[in-house]
Design a protein around this ligand. Structure first.
Ligand SMILES: CC(C)(COP(=O)(O)OP(=O)(O)OC[C@H]1O[C@@H](n2cnc3c(N)ncnc32)[C@H](O)[C@@H]1OP(=O)(O)O)[C@@H](O)C(=O)NCCC(=O)NCCS
Length: 149
């Protein structure tokens, strides 16, 4: 079954909090942080969910209202049992659809091969690094995407 990708609704909140915990462990956002993300939906946040009757993946973007400002991909995650079935790609297609004509940036841990593989597949390229940015001294890779014109 292919999930439907749709905008998040308030009732998705508990499932998002739980899935974020599964996907990011100690780096997960708290329930309060997720509430803050939802409160910014009318301002500059876009939250997409992959819906199979339950939430199996999600993406969170910071999309400033000023078109010249860069978009940031803050989170993309898929439930472990359904990884490598194309759901992350489906989320990225919908996310980048919102980003026509804009520059998109993201940061990802240098060892996160699955995420870097996903982003490279969509044309993101490394533009810089933050040395020792993450706990344990791991580098953050900064990647950029711009729509081909
Ligand atoms: C990164 C993540 C979202 C990818 O989701 P996914 O649904 O498994 O991705 P897809 O199945 O759509 O894969 C798309 C492409 O990404 C790349 N990719 C995905 N997983 C990969 C892996 N483990 N190793 C290498 N490349 C990988 C591949 O190019 C893949 O295409 P292919 O399967 O045709 O080779 C998922 O692994 C995840 O939730 N990781 C934990 C959360 C996380 O670290 N998020 C990123 C930081 S916010």
């Amino acid at each position: 079954m292919r999930p439907a990708i749709r905008a998040a609704r308030a009732e998705d909140l508990p499932e998002l909090v739980a899935l974020d915990e599964v996907c990011f462990g100690s780096e997960a956002w708290s329930a309060g942080a997720w509430v803050d993300e939802f409160e910014r939906l009318s301002e500059d946040r876009v939250i997409l969910v992959a819906d199979e009757g339950r939430v199996v993946g999600y993406a969170v973007l910071l999309v400033p209202p000023v078109l010249e400002d860069v978009v940031e991909v803050l989170r993309v995650a898929v439930t472990p049992a359904e990884r490598r079935t194309g759901i992350g790609g489906q989320l990225m297609v919908m996310a980048l659809d919102r980003c026509a004509g804009r520059t998109v940036l993201l940061e990802v841990a240098a060892s996160n091969e699955s995420a870097i593989g996903l982003y490279r597949g969509f044309g993101f390229g490394e533009i810089s690094r933050r040395r020792g940015y993450y706990g344990g001294g791991e580098d953050a890779v900064i990647m950029r995407w711009r729509e081909e014109t």
